[in-house]
Design a protein around this ligand. Structure first.
Ligand code: BGP
Length: 486
């Protein structure tokens, strides 16, 4: 008699991977697609914008998923994916964002992608807006600062729900919606340079996105009764740098700036600490009664990305600035970091899961997590591969922590590993910052064959999925590989 392997992951747990259109599709001007804000940001969030697309922008070609999706989805299926997170490029559907009629060829492309997913039994999890707003909306309207964007977004999502409602049951409204506070152009399509942008304009953009998100939730529920809609938040636990109460308070207040987004999505109104923040920072917002009513359309689940934690301190002289995924913070002296300086903290995932569940009581979905690292293609027994033990260790430890959160009683719907196939980095726009189970032969200078190769982590993840997490190694934390620095 065999005993079933022990796993904290519930039956039907949605294992899979996550991607975004602008980072993998390429074909930036094919079949009627308009320009998106990413097409003029060749160096990621810190670099300058270019007046027009330039050949050094790796996203213009991406990994050519636009032409290779069949093969890539077949590889995901080989790993046993139950779900694939991908986004729809808004400018493929509405090339300028404010067009009256959608682009038929853009719509047909995603039909082909969703049909390929269906053939492999993979459920799509679709992000409506993932850092790829049509450029025209940035240039003509100043992005989400303008209330007009709510109407354009509504037109866009109605078209998508109508067209794909029978094929897509999981929807996310905005990727990492809280990142607009730190990356106004790439997150909120706001053309005003960050240093000239007033807090009132910034939070007005936030408000418009929050209303648009609630509106999309309401419309999805009306048009696709069996759909589940989630918000998507950049989650980054903020620990006090010391046990000093002033540091604990500083950490709480920094956390509030992020938690506000989940509070509005899950509770349907602005929390008191946000109203105080607006008052004390001279932020005046145009919030109508209709907006307030709209915000009461709360999400079905809360999804988030998780890569790292940071610290906060009340000490204005603290020099411990951390390299982070967009949001700021201070370095934690107890943690190691990736090659890009992102601090590795598996326990933080358990902490954030508990915090969100306790706070909102909504099911969670981990829709991004992974290790960005340099990979080296080698030959083993005549087969080209990557021996990515550091990535396996990172993912193992985070999944063990997620299992602990589930054992704590947190309801988690699924987990999609970020960049399940190598794609162009968001923050640095490099190819060399790789996350995938599948290596793509493309380099930072744009050279490469675009051929795909399975990494060691490919078989490892396939086994995790096949055993519903029972194959994970719980003994000791393994994130100690040589590529990590202290
Ligand atoms: C998140 C974004 C993703 C993704 C990821 C990793 O902020 O939602 O688009 O790219 O970060 O970041 P990077 O690609 O810069 O390593």
């Amino acid at each position: 008699m065999t005993t079933a392997a022990i796993t904290p992951f519930p039956p039907g747990f949605l294992w899979g991977g996550a991607t975004a259109a602008n980072q993998l599709e390429g074909a930036y001007d094919a079949d009627g697609k308009g320009l998106s804000i990413q097409d003029v940001a060749p160096q990621g969030i810190e670099g300058p914008r270019t007046p027009a697309p330039t050949p050094d922008n790796l996203k213009l070609v991406g990994i050519d998923f636009y032409h290779r999706y069949e093969q890539d989805i077949a590889l995901f299926a080989e790993m046993g994916f139950k779900v694939l997170r991908l986004s729809i490029a808004w400018s493929r559907i509405f090339p300028h964002g404010d067009d009256a009629i959608p682009n038929a060829k853009g719509l047909a492309f995603y039909d082909r992608v969703f049909d390929a997913c269906a053939r492999h039994g993979i459920a799509p999890l679709v992000t409506l807006s993932h850092y790829e707003t049509p450029l025209h909306l940035a240039e003509q309207y100043n992005g989400w600062v303008s209330r007009d964007l709510i109407g354009f977004y509504e037109r866009y999502v109605r078209v998508l729900f109508d067209r794909y409602g029978s094929k897509v049951k999981f929807w996310l409204t905005f990727n990492e919606i809280n990142s607009v506070l730190h990356a106004p152009f790439l997150s909120g399509a706001i053309s005003t340079p960050k240093d000239q942008l007033s807090l009132s304009d910034l939070y007005q953009a936030v408000h418009h996105e929050l209303v648009a998100s609630a509106l999309a939730t309401r419309i999805a529920h009306e048009m696709i009764p069996d759909a589940k809609v989630g918000c998507m938040i950049l989650a980054m636990p903020i620990y006090p740098l010391t046990p000093h109460p002033a540091d604990v308070l500083a950490a709480m207040q920094a956390d509030h700036l992020n938690l506000m987004f989940g509070d509005v999505h899950a509770r349907g109104c602005y929390p008191g600490y946000a109203l105080r923040y607006f008052r004390e920072h001279g932020i005046t917002l145009d919030i109508t009664d209709e907006d307030r009513e709209c915000l009461t359309n709360t999400v079905d689940f809360v999804s988030f990305s998780y890569y790292m934690s940071v610290c906060e301190t009340a000490d204005p002289g603290s020099q411990r600035t951390a390299e982070t995924n967009i949001l700021g913070g201070k370095n934690n002296p107890t943690l190691k970091a990736s090659e890009w300086g992102w601090q590795i903290d598996p326990a933080g995932l358990r902490i954030v899961c508990n915090q969100f569940w306790d706070r909102w009581g909504k099911p969670l979905f981990v829709v991004e997590n992974g290790l960005g690292a340099k990979d080296r293609l080698v030959e083993v027994d005549g087969v080209r591969t990557v021996l990515d033990d550091a990535r396996i260790a990172y993912l193992n430890d985070h999944l063990v922590a997620l299992g602990e959160a589930i054992t704590d009683g947190v309801q988690v719907l699924g987990y999609t590993a970020w960049g399940c196939i190598d794609l162009v980095s968001f923050t640095t726009a490099q190819m060399s910052k790789r996350y995938g189970f599948i290596y793509v032969d493309r380099n930072d200078d744009g050279t490469g064959t675009l051929e795909r190769y399975k990494k060691k982590s490919f078989d490892w993840y396939a086994e995790v999925i096949a055993t519903n997490g029972a194959s994970l190694r719980r003994e000791g934390l393994r994130t100690t590989a040589s590529c990590l620095s202290s």
